[in-house]
Write a protein that binds this ligand. Structure first.
Ligand code: GLC
Length: 630
């Protein structure tokens, strides 16, 4: 007995020592981290580094990694205060001045703050570079996706992805919320131009080409140039799933009509139309997927556990992470706490809050503490986020801001690529022989140019350019269509008047009328009429009365309804939203580049014929069918 008592006494003492030690020596989820912690060692496998780091994280640090805040809502110290995993630029979000140096400085400051946290987990900064690094003033702005769909050239799209990654890297940003791989089924949708077109196969091949170019091109080009690249850029397949198939009148957001509405999809439609672009995106190793604001058969995608977790993650084996859209969680349930629980349990890993970090983090902490979100869901989300950050090299990069040379922005190579893309995207819908414009034929005759889109950078770039909605006017550097005509017809006398208010004219002359939609983005571009601005219709009318030959060039994010006068023009050219290098349109108008673009969607005669499924199912006849070129 004595022996036993003594033994017990010894054991009590030993346990006591351990208990005190445990209380005083920090657990792995507190206190300083040893410099030789496995997760800091690049020679160890990523999965081991992830597990080591995860095991050291407190709940606060885990929830912080799942939190993404918009840069405009950040106060000094927030990144370290909340242990934020990510910051983003919303549409148009930029430092002031909007220069490469200011971007580099901003990113370096954010990363410095992240590295000053206990675990020193690097920050992941995301941005919508949907047609070039379009938040950066004077970046190369490429055609919006609908124009690339008309070009239907995967190698071209791959090169654009790589060029975009390089211009982003020059500012220290490596996560792009692109490509949008919506299968566009209704041009009344304000995001139709973000889609490559109405055909699932077209969207699949161009979406995967973009992802490959964006995620791999930077490495290849830098290796070729002998520069070491530390960080691998990552793309985002968005918006999962069915964003392009919503039905008119089903939106419940603001005064939107179709954006963020409801998509009715049976198993066959999912399998044949919506799934393939994402399956190809996963084959191309896309590392993030953004969830759609829209609903699927009445259920908000941000709460769709079956499609996010069962299909995307489990059946398809997606190993990256899923990010919510801008405040998308808030739409799931009027009760914020219930909304957060539903969305995280559905499989969302990172939340684009994007404003109130405090509210989100407190709600998450409460939900985990009350076991309404299981800890293994939190660990799965954080594991995915850390895995992608390790894969990118963010932990190991010697420097993460301004990795590419500044000179790569608007480099001659990128401008030539953009102009090539513009020319390839142009679709000649009609030509009574007036194209190509020929300098010799024109001779001393005046070439008249009209239309408000002919000399307007903002109109030819469209939405998501410098600002979220875009805006008409000289918003960034580039070449306009008028500028291109002057460059290519140096010996012709070119006279321009936007409204076609020409004084005396030669009735046998030719007039090029370049008309355009005013810029828009998302649901603000939802349109019941698909009509051109009245001032453009008037310019076409006047030109038609004044001139023997009228060439109509349309700058739009989608097919627009053409009235009789427009249809009577001797040539009709769809130039979509070409971006900063509008001279590429003049390359086709003058025959410098042969027109090869073809329609990526049916072009309706009237809005009553929509959605495009009616053409696909043979219920309606298009004015110009998909694949059309004169
Ligand atoms: C927007 C868009 C999404 C974009 C995100 C961040 O609302 O739906 O495409 O990536 O917010 O700007």
């Amino acid at each position: 007995m004595k022996k036993f008592k003594k033994y017990t006494g010894v054991m009590t003492a030993v346990i006591g020592v351990f208990f005190i030690a445990a209380c005083t020596v920090p657990s792995r989820s507190q206190g300083a981290v040893p410099a030789n912690a496995p997760y800091k060692n690049p020679s160890i496998s990523i999965e081991k580094r992830v597990e080591d780091l995860l095991s050291r994280m407190s709940l606060e640090e885990k929830i912080g990694q799942m939190t993404q805040i918009e840069r405009g809502s950040l106060r000094a110290g927030d990144i370290s205060r909340y242990k934020l995993g990510s910051v983003l630029s919303g549409g148009g979000g930029a430092p002031s001045p909007n220069t490469i140096a200011a971007w580099q400085q901003m990113l370096a400051q954010y990363q410095e703050e992240a590295r000053n946290t206990r675990l020193q987990i690097p920050l992941l900064y995301g941005i919508d570079a949907v047609h070039g690094h379009n938040n950066l003033k004077d970046a190369t702005i490429f055609p919006h996706n609908i124009g690339l769909g008309a070009a239907d050239d995967p190698d071209l799209v791959r090169r654009i992805g790589a060029a975009t990654a390089a211009e982003m890297a020059a500012t220290g940003i490596y996560w792009n919320f692109a490509p949008c791989i919506a299968v566009g089924r209704d041009p009344r949708w304000g995001r139709f131009y973000e889609s490559f077109g109405q055909d699932s196969g077209l969207v699949s091949r161009l979406g995967s080409a973009y992802i490959q170019g964006f995620q791999e091109g930077l490495q290849d080009s830098f290796k070729a140039g002998g520069q070491a690249v530390h960080i691998k850029p990552i793309a985002t397949a968005k918006h999962f799933i069915g964003d392009g198939g919503t039905r008119w009148g089903t939106s419940r957001t603001d005064n939107y009509k179709i954006d963020q509405g409801d998509t009715a999809a049976d198993e066959q439609y999912l399998k044949d139309v919506l799934f393939p672009p994402y399956q190809k995106a996963l084959e191309s190793q896309v590392r993030t997927v953004m969830v759609s604001f829209s609903s699927m058969n009445g259920l908000k995608m941000h709460a769709h556990k079956e499609l996010i977790t069962t299909v995307l993650k489990q059946q398809w084996g997606f190993s990256g992470f899923v990010v919510s859209d801008w405040g998308g969680i808030d739409q799931v349930d009027p009760d914020y706490s219930k909304a957060v629980a539903k969305a995280i349990n559905a499989g969302i890993d990172m939340v684009m809050v994007p404003y109130d970090a405090n509210r989100f983090i407190n709600t998450m902490t409460q939900l985990v503490t009350q076991k309404q979100i299981p800890m293994d869901r939190i660990d799965d989300a954080v594991r995915r986020i850390l895995r992608v950050k390790f894969e990118m090299g963010l932990f190991d990069a010697a420097q993460s801001a301004g990795q590419a040379e500044r000179s790569i922005v608007r480099s001659a190579e990128h401008l030539a690529l953009a102009r090539e893309a513009v020319a390839k995207s142009v679709v000649v819908l009609k030509n009574n022989g007036v194209l190509p414009l020929n300098g010799e034929q024109l001779g001393k005759k005046t070439l008249y140019v009209a239309g408000f889109g002919a000399d307007n950078m903002g109109i030819q770039c469209g939405g998501w350019t410098i600002s979220w909605q875009g805006s008409p006017g000289p918003i960034t550097q580039g070449t306009t269509i008028l500028g291109g005509l002057k460059e290519l017809l140096p010996n012709s006398n070119i006279t321009y008047d936007a409204a076609a208010d020409f004084e005396k004219t030669d009735p046998g002359a030719t007039c090029v009328v370049v008309v355009g939609e005013l810029p828009y983005a998302e649901g603000k571009g939802d349109s019941a009429e698909l009509s051109l601005p009245p001032r453009e219709l008037e310019a076409i009318q006047k030109a038609r009365k004044l001139f023997k030959h009228v060439i109509l060039v349309i700058l739009s994010g989608r097919p627009v309804i053409l009235d009789q006068t427009a249809r009577s023009c001797d040539a009709i050219v769809a130039a979509w939203l070409p971006g900063s290098e509008g001279a590429g349109v003049a390359d086709v108008l003058t025959g410098k580049v042969l027109s090869t673009g073809k329609l990526p969607c049916d072009w309706p005669e009237s809005v009553e014929q929509l959605p495009l499924d009616n053409f696909i199912q043979g219920k309606e006849k298009a004015l110009f069918p998909i694949g059309w070129r004169q």
